[in-house]
Design a binder for this molecule. Structure first.
Ligand SMILES: Cc1ncc(COP(=O)(O)O)c(C=O)c1O
Length: 396
């Protein structure tokens, strides 16, 4: 039995989503821009998906712009607002230091084209301080972008407070809600934001499809030009089957949030408490609250995270060392570094992210396996340190 604890990287398809995507692929090949029956049928499917996504975040369907995923939604938000407001002398963007690369690297690109960028620090819990935003924002700020929940540690930012400060200075507020949508209620009115990014594959929908929500009446320059799709804000024939899948995933998320609240929290807590209790030298990274209910980022003192990840994978347990984009590169996590964690804790951190299909049995199997694996890895580290010392002594 293989165990998947990497739901923040991507999620398995809800079987209802898979069925709906397959049916749309098979039966609904029309182009939603065509006026005939086939086109209008496809358009209806796209409209249904738009209504579902809008309901999930408490928005109007006409304000939802479909994209190819979270990365494109972030790009469209940052580049689109920055371009639209540059003429008003607003060329300053602010973001937190722990944003996803989709935001951080887009900001780097904007900087090369003359924008000014400020990255806000986070405290040891991974939280942005409203005072730091107050100090950084000025009359040239066009956009503040702070993620709702962090992908590596799961902590939730005080978005409503940050958005209010932003609005007081006449700027717009974007939140990357890719990791919070469907995990916790993510309503645009409660958050008070102007733009919000989401991605279907993080909530049991298909990959390669997402959305940017944009408050009605706001100006946004398209980053992709062409036909008049998505009210001329994102050109290109819609990926109808993927959108159908996102719509079904959104409706499932609405039902889940309404009926069961956050059933993953007890499972995540069982895993977290179990690890802290059974494995010495373990610490949870980031604020435990507020946090999305599925994520736990834990440092295992004296263990290389990559070695632990591989050892767990050999046991059939899939976890991650951080964001999917940076794992594999052995880049130390920019999130944990921004929180001021010492290098040895950054390098020994593992992210467990739970989701659809995970069970108590899986948690217990992981808890049974971990102490032995960690013990063996620590023995190996100690043995190799001893042989290094011996070798350097012999060389003298
Ligand atoms: C916080 C956050 N933003 C953006 C993205 C990018 O989304 P996508 O994979 O749909 O491009 C991710 C994916 O890991 C994410 O975790």
């Amino acid at each position: 039995m293989r165990i998947y604890f990497d739901h923040n990287a991507t999620t398995p398809l809800d079987p209802r989503v898979a069925d709906a995507v397959a049916a749309a692929l098979h039966d609904d090949f029309g182009n939603p821009s065509s006026v005939h029956h086939f086109g209008q049928r496809a358009k209806q499917l796209v409209d249904d998906a738009r209504a579902a996504v809008a309901t999930l975040i408490g928005a109007e369907p006409s304000e939802v712009i479909f994209t190819s995923g979270g990365t494109e939604a972030d790009n469209l938000a940052l580049r689109g607002v920055s371009d639209a407001l540059a003429g008003q002398g607003r060329r300053h963007l602010i973001a937190s230091a722990i944003e996803h690369e989709a935001v951080l690297n887009t900001l780097k690109a904007l900087q090369l084209h003359g924008s000014r960028v400020t990255l806000l620090p986070v405290d040891a819990r991974g939280i942005v301080s409203p005072d730091d935003l107050r100090a950084a924002i000025d009359d040239e700020t066009c956009l503040v972008s702070v993620m709702h929940a962090n992908n590596e540690i799961g902590t939730i930012q005080p978005i409503a407070k940050l958005a209010a400060i932003t609005h007081d200075r006449g700027a717009l507020f974007h939140t990357d809600a890719v990791q919070s949508v469907a995990k916790v209620p993510t309503e645009i009115t409660t958050l008070g934001v102007d733009l919000l990014s989401l991605s279907a594959h993080k909530f049991n929908g298909p990959k390669g499809v997402g959305a940017l929500w944009l408050r009605r009446g706001l100006r946004l320059s398209p980053t992709q030009t062409g036909g008049r799709h998505e009210r001329s804000r994102r050109a290109g024939t819609e990926n109808v089957p993927a959108l159908v899948g996102m719509g079904v995933a959104a409706r499932a998320a609405i039902d889940k949030l309404a009926s069961t609240g956050t059933p993953l929290a007890p499972l995540r807590d069982r895993l977290e408490h179990g690890i802290l209790g059974a494995v010495s030298g373990t610490t949870v990274n980031g604020a435990r609250e507020p946090r999305v209910p599925n994520t736990s980022n834990i440092s295992f003192e004296g263990v290389e995270a990559e070695s632990l990840l591989i050892a767990l994978d050999l046991e059939g347990i899939a976890v991650s060392t951080g964001s999917a984009c940076s794992s594999g590169t052995l880049e130390p996590s920019h999130v944990l570094r921004a929180m001021g964690l010492p290098p040895h804790r950054v390098q020994s951190s593992i992210r467990f992210s739970l989701g659809l299909g995970n069970t108590e049995q899986e948690v217990d199997r992981t808890l049974a396996a971990l102490p032995g694996i960690v013990g063996r890895l620590r023995d190996l580290t100690r043995a190799s340190a001893r042989s290094r010392t011996a070798a350097s002594g012999a060389g003298r």
